[in-house]
Design a binder for this molecule. Structure first.
Ligand SMILES: *[C@@H]1O[C@H](CO)[C@@H](O)[C@H](O)[C@H]1NC(C)=O
Ligand SMILES: *[C@@H]1O[C@H](CO)[C@@H](O)[C@H](O)[C@H]1NC(C)=O
Ligand SMILES: *[C@@H]1O[C@H](CO)[C@@H](O)[C@H](O)[C@H]1NC(C)=O
Ligand SMILES: *[C@@H]1O[C@H](CO)[C@@H](O)[C@H](O)[C@H]1NC(C)=O
Ligand SMILES: [Fe+2]
Length: 640
């Protein structure tokens, strides 16, 4: 009787799927830690299509449309035989995973269901097989560990994530085998209802973010190697990490500065992800190892994870940066992709093109809860969500006073942010910190072609630049344009040795790159002749390394393709600035040809905005000269 029932069930299955008995296996079933790989094998697909796909689901009971990512089976060698395997690292998002295989053919492509790259989302009509549930072994301790300075002497903040929010501590000390000091953590989290819009507040994007812990290690001696570990006896302890404690009096400052990095996923998902972030982190890790026992800092000037409402991409990001962020404080500015949404509290009429919905409905909530930067800046959200924080702040580190700004919230005269900046810059002790470095996301200067922010840039030049010039800011770093571009010392579009040097450093990972400004008389010509104020520009991925002594501050542009320096600027304390560019074929890392900057003619007038309403998503890929409609990672059979 039982075997007859089984037989009938089997028959129904065969009839229904039309694909024989497909089987799937996953090893291991219990993954020991975030980022470890699982291998998925399948066999028995009768008539394989090159669009058949493997869906990655977490929680394991998510509905078919709500995958976190997918991989085409045709990426596995020999897929035509109906069998194959893929191996991929998975990140602990505190729910079980399941893998499902679907049959899908070109005739079933639905042009109305597209991802953010305008590639069709895979069809879920024909489920062939689903795997067992895959979980993470319990008791491994917290994850996503990252450090930050508090702005106070002798302190280091550490933040991390647990699945249950139970009491956790930070053990730390100068001896790896005897971390005798202990501090508790504060716990916070955010809810789906705190999100403002889709996809962040919908089942497609929302996943439980876990509990975010925040502890501060105190009474640290200067510039020592400290060991630490986070966790609890019941939930387990993390690996032992170490960092070099801050030294406010140091005569040297080293920092890594970058923007728009994002995160790499081993699968395609609804939004474009950033494969190149892997190289950026690899080279920074190399640099941190090579500088040895000196304190340093990482500064990410906005557009951080590019999660844009797809919650697990934040988990992916923090897992990816842990090898560097658990060793070096990781500081951030808010970018449009952390915040932007149609109902945001501050949205003047001139900004209607700048402020849209780039945040995917997150409206700054994950940014505000997952990081805790120095200071106490916040703006109410006007919703039930917690206030937006980490907006503007500053701290000293060695010979540099670092300032972080928000281009996403109000900065006009009279605003809290404006008053903060004015007061902050006016009270810097230049004997203590001869250099002042200001950072924000949307640039004041760029020759990148994105007319959307023209009015915002005009406001930055009109209102904030006078503060930077008057207070002799040394260097101003921006992101948002996914390129490196170094300007002369500049004030109101005019070069001058005494003015702040502006550099756009948004080249750390996101690859959607608008063209350089087009020629006014040849709108189809992508490359505008480089204005003389723009001293060096490159679309190559990379990051910058800041090295400052009491006498001079140098910023180096490191390219990801070779990990070498491709440009550098040297700024003397307090007013003299010397510039040089390195051509890799001439001098690989050290350049001797220093050149005093001459006066540059003013910028040509900005080109008139294009008459057609350019959608920000339609961007030209300068490497290929075509519309940027490529898939995030790996080959997509539909878009070669
Ligand atoms: C998945 O399971 C959880 C816990 O049992 C439940 O709360 C949730 O509604 C389920 N989701 C779906 C899509 O069935
Ligand atoms: C998400 O937010 C949008 C905009 O506020 C709202 O219209 C929609 O109903 C929300 N969705 C859910 C599931 O709450
Ligand atoms: C930070 O600011 C908020 C609101 O402006 C205020 O309630 C809070 O007490 C401040 N906290 C500190 C530590 O200054
Ligand atoms: C910048 O230059 C323009 C044109 O030369 C001038 O109208 C404007 O007032 C200047 N802005 C500032 C802040 O000096
Ligand atoms: Fe941006």
């Amino acid at each position: 009787m039982i075997s007859l029932t089984l037989f009938i069930i089997l028959l129904c299955f065969l009839f229904y799927s039309g694909h024989g008995l497909v089987s799937i296996s996953v090893t291991p079933i219990i993954v020991s830690k975030s980022g470890d790989p699982v291998t998925i094998h399948w066999t028995g697909i009768d008539s394989p299509s090159q669009l058949d796909w493997l869906g990655i689901y977490s929680p394991s009971n998510s509905s078919h449309h709500n995958f976190i990512g997918y991989i085409f089976l045709s990426t596995s060698a020999g897929w035509e035989s109906g069998s194959g395997s893929v191996s991929l690292p998975i990140v602990n998002i505190r729910s079980k995973y399941q893998f499902r295989i679907f049959h899908w053919t070109e005739s079933e492509v639905d042009p109305t269901r597209m991802d953010s790259d305008h590639n069709p989302l895979p069809g879920t009509k024909h489920l062939l097989v689903e795997s067992k549930e895959i979980g993470f072994s319990p008791g491994r301790g917290p994850e996503q560990v990252h450090l930050a300075l508090t702005g106070r002497e002798g302190e280091m903040r550490v933040m991390f994530v647990t699945h249950d929010g139970k009491e956790n501590s930070v053990r730390f000390g100068l001896n790896r085998n005897k971390m005798g000091q202990i501090v508790g953590t504060r716990v916070s989290r955010y809810e789906r209802e705190d999100m403002c819009d889709s996809p962040a507040n919908e089942s497609i994007g929302w996943r439980d973010p876990g509990y975010i812990h925040d502890g501060v290690m105190i009474n640290l001696k200067k510039a020592k190697t400290y060991y630490y570990q986070v966790g609890s006896d019941s939930g387990g302890w993390s690996d032992i990490f170490s960092y070099i404690s801050p030294n406010l009096d140091s005569d040297e400052t080293i920092a890594f500065m970058l923007g728009d990095m994002g995160t790499a996923t081993p699968y395609k998902t609804f939004a474009r992800t950033q494969d190149e972030s892997t190289s950026t982190i690899k080279w920074i890790k190399r640099d941190i190892e090579s500088i040895g026992n000196k304190p340093t800092l990482i500064s990410h000037v906005g557009d951080i994870s590019y999660a844009r409402g797809y919650s697990w991409l934040w988990d992916n990001f923090f897992t990816q940066i842990e090898p560097i962020a658990s060793r070096v404080p990781y500081h951030v500015c808010i970018g449009n992709h952390e915040y932007d949404w149609p109902m945001q509290p501050w949205k003047p009429d001139w900004s209607s093109l700048s402020y849209k919905k780039d945040g995917g409905g997150e409206c700054g909530v994950p940014y505000s809860v997952r990081f805790n930067m120095p200071g106490n800046s916040s703006e109410p959200t006007g919703t039930r969500a917690p206030a937006t924080r980490n907006l503007y702040y500053s701290f000293d580190m060695g010979v540099v006073h670092f300032v972080y700004l928000s281009t996403e919230t109000i900065f006009l005269p009279g605003s809290k942010q404006y008053e903060f900046l004015k007061h902050d810059l006016e009270s810097v002790d230049r004997k203590k910190t001869p250099f002042v470095v200001v950072q924000g996301h949307r640039p004041m200067y760029t020759t990148g072609c994105r007319n959307r922010d023209v009015e915002l840039r005009e406001r930055l030049v009109e209102h904030l630049e006078p503060l930077l010039v008057k207070n002799k800011v040394s260097l101003v770093l921006w992101g948002h344009y996914h390129k490196y571009e170094r300007f002369c010392g500049i004030s109101n579009f005019t070069c001058g040795e005494e003015f702040p040097v502006h550099v756009v450093i948004g080249m750390a990972g996101q690859d959607s790159q608008p063209a350089w400004d087009t020629r006014v008389d040849h709108p189809d010509d992508q490359v505008f002749p480089q204005p003389e104020q723009s001293l060096y520009r490159s679309a190559e991925f990379g990051y910058t390394r800041l090295v400052a002594s009491r006498e001079k501050l140098r910023l180096f542009y490191v390219g990801n393709h070779d990990g070498e320096v491709h440009d550098a600027v040297e700024i003397r304390a307090p007013v003299y600035k010397l510039f040089h560019s390195c051509h890799p074929s001439v001098q690989p890392t050290i350049c001797f040809q220093l050149q005093r900057i001459r006066h540059c003619p003013p910028f040509p007038p900005p080109p008139p905005p294009p008459s057609s309403d350019h959608d920000d998503d339609v961007e030209i890929d300068p490497r290929y000269g075509v519309d940027k409609r490529l898939v995030p990672s790996g080959p997509n059979p539909l878009h070669n």
